[in-house]
Design a protein around this ligand. Sequence first.
Ligand code: ADP
Ligand code: MG
Length: 339
Amino acid sequence: RVRPLTCSEARRGDRQVVHSLGDGTVHVSAARHEATFGFSAVFDAGASQEAVFEGSGVRQLVELALDGFSCTVFAFGQTGSGKTYTLMGPLTQGEMQPVAPGLLGLMQRSFACLLEQSRSRGPALVLSASYLEIYNEQVRDLLSPGPPCALPLRWSKTQGFYVENQLCVDFESVEAITELLLRGSQRRRTSAHTLNRHSSRSHALLTIHTCSGAVSTHPAFGGRGAHPSKQGTLCFVDLAGSERVKETGSSGELCVEANNINRSLLALGHCISLLAKPRGKRTHIPYRDSKLTRLLARSLGGSGITLMVACISPSSRCLSETLSTLHYASRARRVTSRP
Ligand code: ADP
Ligand code: MG
């Protein structure tokens, strides 16, 4: 998704170097760079939030999650490229004024779709949500009250990687899940704010668990249904910005932050590159290299269905980050999975 030039970019005279040709391709043209990339869908600066929702297949992911699949929606790209805008819409500064309905992001639209769908599936369906962030290689719960504390990330044969003691909150309405999203996002922002003005120094993962026909709750709590149930997930991932890693290497905490973001995004890129190889030629996938790749192992690897939204700025000043995002996305596109 290419965002529009911001006012300040336009004011300082940045050139627009990214163009969408309307045929699923993105064309980058600058002095020494000419490149065209193809994707399953391309949204240019004029695309509405609704067009992105309808054109990116998220509606199908919601249905698949209800059918028991693990589905993931990633947004990635450099800071300021529109990841949060795409997922949640413009964040209102005065928390009280709600976002105009037309500007709501993929997440709120998915929530509406999910609850609409769930009503038609009857009362045996239980929905719950967890919201985590990975900050400095620590997993924190954004929903549990009190100051954020690090939760252990474990592995078991039956569940794969999972976070111990994460809070999972049941919800039954769009309002309730939207409220959980807002509550968690505010905690994420304030926690980051004490160290840095940037909100995107952490990776945030909101996961919706769908469980139909079950007697007890989510396996994270050790519950076991008395008869077979279908359990799916729909996970939204707002990745930390992919740049500034070189720029911020100045001092103390910022340096640690930057290195951690760098390391986890590199680990993610590495896993994606290996996964993109033909199945027969694949070697071991190093999910254990970072918390992020461990948490996303299921989404990335064989059994999940994943949508990756690459967010880019059209500005000439962002050229190198834009190219790197597009290369990253092209590799991701070659990954095949067996849901
Ligand atoms: P990120 O989360 O990638 O750091 P943001 O989503 O916060 O970036 O976007 C940066 C700025 O650009 C915000 O002010 C946001 O409102 C604006 N913006 C991003 N994408 C769009 C878009 N498609 N249309 C209009 N404004 C956008
Ligand atoms: Mg953001």
